[in-house]
Design a protein around this ligand. Structure first.
Ligand code: BGC
Ligand code: BGC
Length: 846
């Protein structure tokens, strides 16, 4: 049940995020059709993959394709997740690939050993090459999210997240990181990594901003190829995909970082020229470096989901850009394509998706349906063979047919590679180079070692916090220091240098101390988050208790150094003002000893390592959601792209403005959502029973499972009649491409209120919901209320916002304040939807 609800929320979220069709869905489709019939846009370069086609491999593929049954071919195109498919099922269905999602481990054991990982790889491998049923032996390929080191594995080296690596501005370092990551991944018997992320994030409210190297495409392009070559080995080199290396993934194709308002899985609305200029650059160098897989993005381009985008996946990527590896989907992302569901999406295959990521128990259904679609010709034999050919090509290039059991491969089982000293040294270098110094008044830094140092703040000795999302667990939550053996916290690094020099360190999260320190280093900032859960409404860093701590220390005459842990630029002016020195340390990962390397002088009292990190994201001057990006709209940046102090610059930073620019959130009066028409920013949209979404602009719309008509109550067309016919689940409601903050209403007895008239009572459950993004929202059944309503009579229903908040709705991030869904029959008319105070909530919570 819970699972089902999550899927529905997901579908709704996709509508929200991909929303803003603005009544021109058809227009967008026409445009795409035009593009397909024409040649591709001239700004796309004609590229060739860094790894040339090998005639011998191609003829081996021919021979394999000849022998494979249709069932075996479909199996190659389905990637299953280790929590939802056993090795036996891999054998039975001839599954071509497995993955472990964020926070998924062998035997569901977070502390699984290297041997456990390898043993599981062996089991799946054996199943994949088992020919006892007369089939062809095709080794499976295992993919994992080693996005900052092998981050699902206990004891692995966790490199700083990409935003920090960007600040280091050192492309050559990316190659070293890629190679070290490949070594740790191959030690666990895994062959494929879902990295690098090549997002060029334009709106930093996106919860995946830290997975991006820069808001500037130039740097992303400079990094992408280097990281790919580090992971896979360089084309022409003996090491290329030789078993000590892994297959890389350029993701998420394309414009994942360009969605409106930074909404996860949202819609990137822009011209093709801008798409190429900003969001494609990383792919160019990745392809030239020979990247072997590309992951489709959850997001849309001008309203069309990438998983179904033939022009961009096939005409551009595979034809113009010369990409001859395979395209993998992202976490059942095919389900959001118009007309598709989680278990059926020939549209995606026909558009160019080669491998479905099918990470839930429904993969069996997807397999069956895809098989049927191949049999019926809905997926053409040519497309099918092309998809399988690409998958086999990558497996052959990676030497998987010759590699044998995972446990017998060069690095397999070598525990010494996990968190190896050389890898940690690379990570520590990356930390040192990524730190960005924003303020250093009176040249407080670098600090002498032999002083009395207070280390405070909740990030001081908190390796989970300093590592961020995608760290052991998916969201990076629920970890303790013991989950990171061999790691060094910020405090740990400071303690090492100071203690060795005869100074004294006191660790005290709340800043209280036994003896007055000479200096305080306060480590604070964002708590871990990852995709979906990390989106925010504005770039304010609230951190009131951190601010109080800084002020308390300063009031006692103690010089304060602030170290800010963050996955994105946030407005933090009050904290900067309350500090003598302020450095952004991003999400440094497990080797935070690199922080002390820079913060403290060497033993002789000279600069040990200087600050060399520069902002590769412009830093905001207030907390409003205005965009700040290099070269444009960056006038209001507090610290421009490229900013970052070095020692000895002697720059005194004057007090910064403490005007956040945010308007107090109103919780009074009435906020109209619909009064005859949908009010800004919302539009009235429907996802019909075939999972096709549309913005309702005409007065009568006949859709699958639902009919929508404008009707009169008091004045002409002031209401909407919604008639569900029981032919499948359909959703109708008000959706936006931007967030609305309703939190003021929550604390002020606010309610969602609407008038409704029931003409035919529901035959099945009816759900009223609000949505705040992917997997974010609250739903309440209103079935009984509608059933009990006097037929044909208007009544007013209300639901307390507090109740929606308690049910999981983030009321400051509202995308849809109101939708209704049912799979049954229902005839009801809705009038006047608004947010206002009421004492009369009719929809009860729970
Ligand atoms: C993320 C991808 C990731 C995949 C597998 C998705 O939700 O968007 O970046 O590779 O999950 O965990
Ligand atoms: C899973 C993670 C996965 C993520 C991708 C979560 O529900 O537990 O393993 O990476 O979804 O979206």
């Amino acid at each position: 049940m819970v699972f089902k609800k999550r899927i529905l929320l997901g579908v709704i979220s996709a509508l929200v995020a991909g929303g803003g069709l603005l009544g021109c869905a058809d227009q967008v489709e026409d445009q795409v059709a035009d593009q397909q019939s024409e040649s591709v846009h001239p700004h796309w370069p004609a590229l060739t993959s860094g790894i040339a086609k090998d005639p011998e491999i191609e003829s081996r593929i021919d021979a394999l394709l000849e022998k494979m049954s249709l069932e075996e071919k479909i199996g190659q195109m389905i990637q299953v997740e280790i929590r939802f498919a056993t090795p036996d099922e891999v054998r039975e269905y001839h599954i071509g690939s497995i993955l472990n999602g964020g926070g998924a481990f062998p035997n569901n054991n977070k502390h699984a050993s290297v041997a456990d990982w390898v043993a599981l790889a062996d089991e799946y491998y054996r199943a994949s090459v088992d020919t006892s049923d007369g089939g062809v032996a095709i080794p499976m390929i295992w993919g994992t999210d080693a996005v900052h080191g092998h981050n699902n594995v206990i004891g692995a080296t966790l490199f700083p997240h990409n935003i920090a690596l960007g600040a280091a501005q050192n492309p050559a370092l990316m190659r070293k990181i890629g190679e070290a990551t490949a070594a740790e991944v191959s030690a666990t018997g895994i062959e494929w990594v879902f990295a690098p992320t090549l997002a060029v994030v334009r709106d930093d409210r996106w919860g995946r901003t830290y997975e991006s190297y820069s808001e500037d495409p130039e740097l992303v392009r400079a990094y992408a190829g280097e990281l790919v070559q580090g992971m896979q080995g360089a084309p022409g080199d003996q090491e290329l995909l030789n078993g000590k290396r892994v297959v890389g993934t350029a993701k998420h194709y394309i414009a994942d970082g360009g969605t409106e308002n930074g909404i996860d899985r949202g819609d990137a609305i822009m011209s093709e020229a801008d798409l190429i200029k900003y969001h494609a650059q990383g792919y160019f160098s990745a392809i030239e470096a020979g990247v072997q897989t590309v992951m489709a993005s959850f997001s849309s381009w001008n309203g069309e989901k990438m998983h179904g985008h033939k022009y961009l996946m096939t005409d551009v990527l595979k034809e113009r850009l010369g990409f001859d590896g395979f395209v993998v989907g992202d976490w059942a992302g095919h389900q959001f394509v118009n007309g598709c569901s989680n278990v059926s999406c020939p549209q995606a295959v026909n558009a160019g998706l080669d491998m479905f990521m099918a990470p839930d128990p429904n993969w069996r259904e997807l397999y069956k349906n895809t098989l049927a679609e191949a049999k019926s010709g809905e997926i053409s034999p040519a497309r099918l063979d092309d998809a399988v050919r690409r998958i086999l090509r990558v497996k052959l290039r990676a030497g998987l047919f010759e590699a044998g059991l995972p446990s017998t491969r060069p690095h397999a089982g070598d525990e010494s590679l996990i968190g190896a000293a050389e890898h940690r040294a690379i990570a520590r270098q990356a930390v040192r180079e990524s730190l960005v110094l924003l303020k250093n008044n009176d040249q407080l830094l670098p600090l002498a070692r032999n002083q009395r140092v207070l280390v405070a703040g909740d990030g001081a000795d908190n390796i989970g916090k300093q590592s961020g999302g995608w760290s052991i667990t998916w969201q990076g939550t629920g970890n303790e220091n013991a989950d990171f053996p061999g790691a060094t916290s910020v405090y740990g690094g400071i303690n090492e240098v100071v203690a060795a020099a005869g100074g004294q360190v006191e660790l005290s999260v709340d800043g209280s101390f036994e003896e007055k320190p000479d200096v305080a280093v306060v480590v604070f900032g964002e708590d871990p988050y990852a995709e979906m859960q990390g989106d925010i409404a504005n770039v304010n860093y609230a951190g009131a208790s951190d601010l109080a701590l800084l002020k308390k220390l300063r009031d006692q005459g103690i010089p304060v150094v602030s170290l800010f842990i963050t996955g994105r630029p946030l407005w933090v002016n009050p904290h900067i003002n309350a500090s003598d020195a302020f450095a952004v340390i991003w999400l440094p990962g497990t080797e935070a000893g690199g922080v002390a390397d820079v913060l403290f002088q060497d033993e002789a009292g000279n600069v040990n390592f200087d600050f060399t990190g520069k902002l590769t994201f412009s830093w905001p001057g207030d907390a409003t959601p205005a965009l700040h990006n290099r070269g444009e709209s960056d006038a209001a940046a507090q610290f421009a792209y490229g900013y970052g102090l070095s020692y000895g610059e002697g720059m005194e930073l004057a007090l910064l403005s403490e005007e956040s620019g945010l308007q107090p959130v109103s919780g009074n009066g009435t906020l109209a959502v619909f009064n005859g028409r949908a009010l800004d920013p919302w539009s009235f949209e429907v996802i019909d029973a075939t999972n096709t979404r549309s913005t309702i602009a005409s007065s009568v719309s006949e859709l699958n499972g639902i009919r929508v008509q404008s009707v009169d109550r008091n004045v002409q067309e002031d209401s909407r009649r919604l008639q569900w016919n029981g032919q499948g689940n359909a959703i109708a409601g008000f959706f936006a491409n931007q967030r609305t903050d309703l939190s003021g209403f929550v604390s002020n007895q606010g309610a969602l209120i609407f008038d409704v008239k029931v003409d035919a009572a529901p035959s099945d459950a009816v759900i009223l919901g609000m949505n705040c993004g992917m997997d974010c929202g609250a739903e309440q059944p209103i079935t009984d209320l509608l059933k009990g309503a006097a037929q044909g009579e208007w009544q007013t229903l209300a639901v307390d916002l507090k109740c929606l908040a308690e049910a999981g709705g983030k009321m400051d991030l509202v995308l849809s304040p109101f939708y209704v869904r049912t799979a049954g029959e229902l005839d009801m008319t809705v009038h006047n939807v608004r947010i206002a105070q009421t004492g009369a909530a009719k929809v009860s919570c729970g």
